[in-house]
Write a protein that binds this ligand. Structure first.
Ligand SMILES: [Zn+2]
Length: 398
């Protein structure tokens, strides 16, 4: 994939421009065999997920990649939230929008529907191999245009700072139309990206990042570019690698308070952007906000349901498995099916574990026909944007 250079834009024009700055493709395809998502069960299992109700965060089911953040609500950015932004469909009245949904859905651009763990993707775009990244799972590499543009912008920034930067390995984004993508729970709405770290050697995809093999200058430059140049929601990275990255950023002269806010949160309820989740010592999991595609989704969802083009998104409750439970028994108890339970929990087999918490689909989500406009936090720019920190070159990394 080759991306057209993006001009520097203000926050508001950037939203509109996101539709225009296309990542042009070169049509090169390499179709490697699908890879296992983790090399051992221990890498994927475990870890809390944000809970709907109070109480202890449940464990993940075995075999599922719980690519959700630690117990921290995705939408907890009240302290930072800004006004709803301008949107390409602002000039559309109800009739025009309905007509477009019915007759020319493609004209509405990429649409991210619902939540990353219970959503869908319409008019998705497939990432293509190129100098920025190499696909590991082509059938699961569909994204919104915004997600691809953000990803390209951040990688391009790293490559311009560090000549000779190799392509990253790109894992799952979403399936063609989103929805469940085994073995993940999220990755459903075109906004979640699994991608490699930069390594100092030729470590293959899904190599565990260590002090010895990680290219910290480039990996930090990537994280920094995601924060500054895109509407990143969160980046999941294992604690052990966070420690290395944070220390590197500080040693490179980054503003300490800004760095702290990214890794630990800041004053006034500012949320962490970089978070730990088990299974993320082998890759980065990036979730982007999509101010355009999510807002389009919010506007068209009721029309899609009304026209019967799309079912209302599912909703889930949590159930902790007891001794003697099987997926079949749980399915019967909650009037659902074994395949539905496996899909909801990213399970590859029917094995379940006592005392683990599972998501149970309980029918379509109920709520108002149209929810209020979405709000997105402003980008978290370091206080002295003009001062370029003195970075060590990749060769100088200790
Ligand atoms: Zn992921």
């Amino acid at each position: 994939m080759r991306c057209t250079p993006a001009p520097r834009l203000s926050r508001h024009t950037a939203v509109l421009a996101a539709l225009l700055v296309a990542c042009t493709t070169r049509g090169l395809h390499v179709d490697p065999p699908p890879r296992a998502a983790a090399s051992s069960p221990g890498q994927r299992a475990g870890g809390p997920e944000p809970q709907q109700a109070g109480g202890q965060a449940p464990d993940a089911p075995p075999g599922a990649v719980l690519d959700e953040a630690e117990a921290e609500d995705d939408l907890l950015f009240e302290a930072e939230a800004e006004r709803p932004r301008v949107h390409p469909l602002d000039g559309y009245d109800a009739t025009r929008l309905r007509e477009a949904v019915q007759n020319d859905l493609g004209s509405l651009g990429s649409i991210s529907l619902g939540a990353p763990s219970a959503g869908a993707l319409l008019n998705g775009v497939r990432a293509e191999d190129g100098p920025l990244f190499k696909l590991q799972n082509p059938s699961g590499a569909f994204a919104t245009q915004e997600t691809l543009d953000y990803l390209c912008a951040a990688i391009r920034r790293v490559q311009s700072e560090f000549p000779g930067t190799p392509a990253l390995a790109l894992g799952h984004i979403s399936a063609k139309e989103g929805g469940p993508l085994s073995p993940h729970i999220s990755h459903q709405a075109g906004r979640d990206v699994d991608i490699s770290f930069y390594y100092r050697d030729s470590s293959p995809w899904y190599s565990r990042g260590t002090k010895q093999n990680l290219d910290l200058p480039r990996t930090w430059a990537f994280v920094r570019a995601l924060v500054i140049e895109t509407d990143v929601d969160m980046i999941l990275i294992d604690h052990s690698i966070q420690t290395l990255l944070e220390a590197y950023a500080l040693s490179a002269g980054e503003n300490a308070e800004w760095v702290r806010s990214l890794f630990h949160g800041g004053a006034g309820g500012m949320r962490r952007i970089i978070r730990h989740a088990p299974g993320h010592a082998t890759h980065l999991h990036i979730r982007f906000f999509n101010p355009v595609a999510q807002e389009t989704g919010r506007r068209v969802a009721p029309i899609l349901h009304e026209l019967g083009l799309r079912k209302a998104p599912p909703s889930f409750i949590r159930y902790r498995a007891r001794r003697g439970d099987t997926l079949g028994k749980i399915a019967k108890r909650f009037h659902t099916t074994v395949p539905a339970l496996k899909s909801a929990n990213g399970l590859r087999t029917s094995k379940i574990r006592e005392n683990r918490s599972y998501r149970i689909p309980v029918g379509p989500k109920k709520g108002p026909a149209i929810s209020p406009p979405l709000r997105f936090p402003p980008r978290r720019i370091p206080p002295e944007p003009a001062a370029q920190p003195a970075r060590m070159s990749a060769r100088d990394t200790p």
